[in-house]
Every structure is written in C-alpha cells, then in structure tokens.
Design a protein around this ligand. Structure first.
Ligand SMILES: NC(=O)c1ccc[n+]([C@@H]2O[C@H](COP(=O)([O-])OP(=O)(O)OC[C@H]3O[C@@H](n4cnc5c(N)ncnc54)[C@H](OP(=O)(O)O)[C@@H]3O)[C@@H](O)[C@H]2O)c1
Length: 288
C-alpha cells in the first residue's frame, strides 16, 4: 500500500484506520515514493504483515507496471503470426490470413489488455490494418496505435488515419521536415485527420520507449512486420514473444519471420503453449 499523497491520501493510513489485522503482500511496490514505506507504517501500527506470497505470480501479473517503474520503458510483447513454413506474409499481397478466427480473437484480447500497439510503415502500407480491438464490448479498450514512419508515408486514406479521431495514432519520425515542403504538406494533411506526429528517431527504439513510458504507456504490443520485429530483437527490447503458428504454408516468395515456433533468439524460455483450432501458440518470456 502507498504511503504518499497522490490523487488519493495514503492507502496505508486507510488500512490502519479501517482496523485491518493482517496484510498479505505479493509484490512490494518499487515506486520510490512507496518502496516499503507503506508496509513499515502498517507494522508500526501493530498490523501483521506477510510479504513475498506468490511473488513470481504477482510479478507476472504486474509485469507492465513493474517494467515501467524499474526500466522506465513499457513491457514489450512481440506478437507474430507465422505460417507453417516460417513466413509472416507475402510481398505486395496485402493482408494474408495465416491463422484462424480463434487466434485472431486472442489477438484482440491482447490488444484490449495493452496500452499501445506498434508496427512499421511497411506493414501499414502493405496491410492497411486498423489495429483496434473489435471484440464486442471491448472496443473502448483499443490501444494507442504507433507507426514507425520516418518519411511520413502513411496515406490519409488509410484506416489508421481515418480512425485517428476515435483511437489515437502516433507517427514516429526523426525528421522535422525542414526544408522539404512535401514532407511538411504530408504532415499537415495527416494532422488534419487527428494523427499526431512524434519527432523521435524511429531507429532509436530505446529512446522511443522511454518517451512512450513518459506518456503513461506501460505495455506495448509490437505486431510487426519482419524488419520492425528484428529491430526490437536486435535492440534487446523484447520481454515476451508470442508466436501464433498457422497450419498452412505460404511458399518461398513470402516474407520470412525472424522467429518461428521452436526457434527464437537465445535468452527466451517457453512458458506456455496452447492450441486454437488448427493453430498453435507458443509463449516465450525473457529469462532475466
Ligand atoms: N504475420 C504477421 O504477424 C505480420 C505482422 C505484421 C506484418 N506482416 C507482414 O510483414 C510485411 C511487412 O514487413 P516489413 O519488414 O516490410 O515492414 P515493417 O517492419 O512493418 O516496416 C519497415 C519500414 O519501417 C521503417 N522503420 C522505421 N524505423 C524502423 C525500425 N526501428 N526498425 C525497422 N523498420 C523501421 C523502415 O524504414 P527504412 O525503409 O528506412 O528501413 C521500413 O520502411 C508485410 O507483408 C506484412 O503483411 C506480418
């Protein structure tokens, strides 16, 4: 329980005033304004305090909050749908169905649970995705949508731009557009649709993640494509990898996935598997 005045008075004081006899704690809050002080207040008031109960489970449930508090960046989940021959899609073929409706439903649940979702401009141009949560009743839980778009190529006719007033869209570019009038015109046109242009080098993913965390984003779902996924892996900024494996092959003209079921970069361990109809799910977590 907290020990400081934020939007509400200290929770530790409220617990003491309520006459609670015993408090069982899973995870201690690493927020420097709290960091064990609330627990000391409880103990000083004669309340029995037990800590570390189901701590690993507690940390898993609070991974996003804890990552933002301790690493000053969001918890990053890389999600990829991979065909049976290790492909993410086909060049210039638009969205290709790799997995079935149950897997896709699971992805929408993930979106509802996540603060922001990120793709590269390659995917935005190839697939014209909406990246919202379209599960009935959970539409309002759609995450903030972020596109790495160095040259501001997102068309104003894209689904992302056209829905930017309903669910925020951030375009990340390192360029301030000077002195290119065409860039400035694209920026103006996109902003007129409610798209926000964020000036931050999209190649500096570590800096970008810190910037997202300062906006209150604790969890980020990276949904591709191949180059964006590879960049996050290369930068060591992936905490969890979710591989949805489809049952059918796409063929050798496909876009190869940087991870395939059973073969992910070193430093990740398989935590969980599931079957969704004909598809498989492999859920890997970073070891540290
Ligand atoms: N199956 C799946 O789960 C899944 C998910 C998403 C997409 N896809 C498929 O993947 C394909 C698109 O993949 P892609 O690799 O071409 O595109 P991408 O990764 O979505 O986008 C690459 C573009 O983003 C820019 N970019 C800016 N910052 C970047 C950074 N830090 N790292 C990487 N790129 C950055 C690149 O700029 P530069 O040009 O300057 O390098 C490039 O133009 C499509 O076929 C799509 O259908 C599949």
């Amino acid at each position: 329980p907290c020990s400081h005045h934020g939007k509400t008075p200290p929770c530790a004081d409220a617990l003491i005033a309520a006459g609670v006899a015993r408090v069982v704690v899973s995870v201690t809050d690493p927020d420097i304004r709290v960091a064990g002080r609330g627990l000391s207040m409880l103990q000083a008031a004669g309340i029995a305090v037990e800590t570390g109960v189901l701590e690993a489970e507690g940390c898993a449930a609070l991974a996003a909050y804890l990552t933002r508090q301790t690493k000053k960046r969001p918890y990053v989940t890389l999600k990829l749908a991979v065909s049976s021959d290790g492909m993410l899609g086909r060049l210039a073929a638009g969205q290709v169905a790799i997995t079935g409706p149950v897997s896709r439903g699971q992805v929408h649940v993930l979106r509802a649970e996540t603060d922001a979702i990120l793709i590269g401009i390659g995917t935005a141009l190839a697939d014209d995705p909406e990246l919202t949560c379209r599960l009935q009743g959970l539409e309002v839980r759609s995450p903030v949508r972020v596109v790495l778009d160095p040259r501001l190529e997102l068309p104003v006719t894209s689904k992302l731009a056209r829905t930017a007033r309903d669910v925020p869209v951030l375009l990340v570019t390192g360029d301030d557009g000077e002195p290119d009038p065409a860039f400035s015109a694209r920026r103006k046109a996109l902003e007129a649709f409610g798209v926000e242009v964020v000036q931050c080098d999209p190649r500096r993913l570590d800096t970008l993640l810190v910037a997202l965390a300062t906006r209150g984003i604790s969890s980020l779902l990276v949904e591709g494509g191949a180059r964006t996924a590879q960049s996050f892996l290369d930068a060591g900024l992936v905490d969890r990898i979710l591989l949805f494996g489809g049952a059918t092959p796409l063929g050798s003209d496909g876009v190869a996935s940087p991870c395939v079921p059973g073969r992910v970069p070193a430093g990740f361990s398989l935590r969980h598997t599931a079957r969704y109809g004909a598809d498989s799910l492999q859920d890997y977590e970073r070891d540290d």
